[in-house]
Design a protein around this ligand. Sequence first.
Ligand code: WAQ
Ligand code: MG
Length: 251
Amino acid sequence: MTEIQRTASDAVYSIKMRASKNCDGQDIHISGAERITGKDAIDSCCGVLMKRALYHSKGEPDFINIKVEKIDKNEIEYIDALPVTTYEVSTAGEGLLKLEELMEKSGIAGASRIVRMMNLTYGMRGAMLLDIRSFERLEPDSDRGVRVTYMDSTGSASCNETNKNHFKEALVLATKVASCPGIAGELCISDDPDYVTGYFASDKVGYCRITRLKEMGDPCGGRIFLYDGESSEVKECINYLEKQKVLVRMD
Ligand code: WAQ
Ligand code: MG
């Protein structure tokens, strides 16, 4: 018998995809996504992520990278998803006011100034990390920002969703970010031109979806993580956001 022996393996892998396009010599980000999965689902996950990269509303990529990395199961932290509330608004202006209101409710001062800083996040691959005591930006590289990785939801092992589930992926990210020591909250507007729902999330108010934060067709968007901690602990905070393996329980 020449049949390859397939043994069940409980090894766990991180799979990351990013896609970009060259515009006048500049590398423009198109799409990025990741999964944490078992060995037997690597194949299908890669296929799904590849399709996502190729058929994105931001355009056709010139460069696609899929990285598969074995990770230590014992390093994974399990966290319950933040509770979700949805606020229906009819205009982007109304949505931005709701965003400010939720920040104030979370005890964050200077909400309107923070919302205006969303303009500076356009084109970044990661998020702005903003010190809400000094209004200083804390990202080591302000063009790239801080990119949260090594996260997924439990039970997504089959990887069978080809279309991006904006809500589910954002809830995973927001839950990881809110669980990070020193983070007081997060603002997010999608940079996908056809996705206008955004959110504010914090430990205090949970994950608050706001149904309109920009106009349809607008390619702007970004994320700001609000840091309220000691400057000596910023490194640790960034390390958690970038490296800690997290699986978010959803049901
Ligand atoms: N880490 C840090 N920042 C990120 C990451 C990450 N892993 N992924 C994206 N960003 C930043 C980057 O600047 C993007 O331009 C911006 O966030 C928006 O990313 O409940 O789709 O992936 O329905 O376009 C919100 C869902 C969807 C609301 C958000 O964001 C809902 C979304 P996108
Ligand atoms: Mg996007």
